[in-house]
Design a protein around this ligand. Structure first.
Ligand SMILES: [Cu+2]
Length: 337
């Protein structure tokens, strides 16, 4: 569906089609802005969701790290302190994995800034091997993070947050496939200056695990822990806009798809636009490719999501949403965390 058709559908949903704004491309941003004053209802997380190696993937979904904010010479500076580590990650009841990671978690923290901010990352390497942090985005050569930082030392990466969109960071020490495959990757979101309309926002990052170092992945996961969201469905509200920041960090497999059951999503490719580029229920992503997806569910119930390379899905890269119709107990969240 093209964007005009999508706008027409949204205007119809909002009951505005009869107000003379139908088909007027300029009308949509104004309509969206009205919705930014609203609040988002996030269902309470189930109390029985277990920690896995200190991580709670249900909580990690919506944990955005905005850094420590200061003003320097009239501009916003966001400072992040990140440490490379080596730690054991329990992938399932039988299999543990020695991960190389940022801040003791796979994926690393979801770093978030607004376009135009100054971003300062103080990186300490305590991982036992040389590592680095290479950010996607626009920055000078010296800040590109391809130079190894020796174990025990530190460095500072500093650059302007641009362009707005959905980006990532990862270790860029060779062999990169191994360093990423061990867990050294994370998401980096740059919000547009005016933000995006209110939504239940969450991050889903696909990763793979080459357990026996044969150049193939034996297990896969959304947000680090195989099958976690199958066993502990992600609660969302019926008829509420969900915004998924989706990133593919699976090494060894050239590309995977993402498929959402019983629904269609609008795609903002690489998060670079405020208008959707397309609508689909399957989208293909090479390694490091990422998109913002938006959708809402009309009917309560459980709905799966997974790559449609079903062998990959069945090795841990599978989850489900639990769409809840009753708002009792919801937490109200503002537009931004
Ligand atoms: Cu590394």
């Amino acid at each position: 569906m093209n964007v005009k058709l999508w706008q027409r559908r949204k205007l119809l949903q909002w009951g505005l089609a009869g107000l003379g704004v139908t088909g007027a491309a300029v009308a949509l941003p104004q309509v969206l802005r009205q919705f930014q004053t609203g609040t988002v209802k996030v269902p309470p997380l189930p109390g029985n969701a277990p920690l896995v190696s200190g991580m709670n993937p249900l909580a990690m979904l919506r944990e955005f790290d905005y850094g420590t904010v200061t003003q320097e010479n009239g501009r916003t500076v966001r400072e992040f302190r990140i440490q490379a580590q080596t730690s054991k990650l329990q992938l399932n009841a039988a299999i543990s994995f020695i991960s190389w990671n940022f801040d003791g978690r796979v994926p690393g923290p979801i770093l978030r800034a607004t376009a135009g901010d100054r971003v300062r990352v103080i990186f300490r390497n305590r991982g036992g091997h040389s590592h680095s942090m290479h950010f996607h985005g626009v920055h000078p050569s010296g800040m590109d993070g391809v130079r190894p930082v020796r174990n025990g030392s530190s460095t500072i990466y500093e650059f302007d947050a641009e362009p707005f969109g959905l980006h990532l960071y990862h270790c860029h020490v060779a062999p990169v496939t191994r360093h990423i495959g061990k867990g050294l990757y994370g998401m980096f979101i740059i919000d547009p200056p005016g933000g995006r309309p209110p939504a239940d926002e969450m991050a889903l990052i696909m990763g793979g695990y080459d357990l026996n170092e044969d150049g193939r992945n034996e297990l896969y996961a959304f947000n680090g822990v195989p099958d976690y969201y199958m066993q502990h469905a992600i609660p969302i509200r019926q008829d509420q806009l969900v915004r998924v920041y989706l990133l593919n960090m699976i090494e060894w497999d050239p590309a995977v798809t993402f498929h959402l059951h019983a629904n269609f999503f609008r795609v903002y490719r690489t998060g670079l636009t405020l208008e959707p580029d397309e609508e689909a229920d399957v989208i293909t992503m090479g390694t490091a490719e990422r998109h913002i997806l938006e959708f809402s569910y009309r009917f309560p119930g459980q709905y799966m999501f997974h790559p449609h390379q079903d062998g990959i899905a069945e090795r841990g890269c599978m989850g489900q949403f639990k769409v809840i119709g009753d708002a009792t107990g919801d937490e109200e969240h503002g537009t931004h965390g």
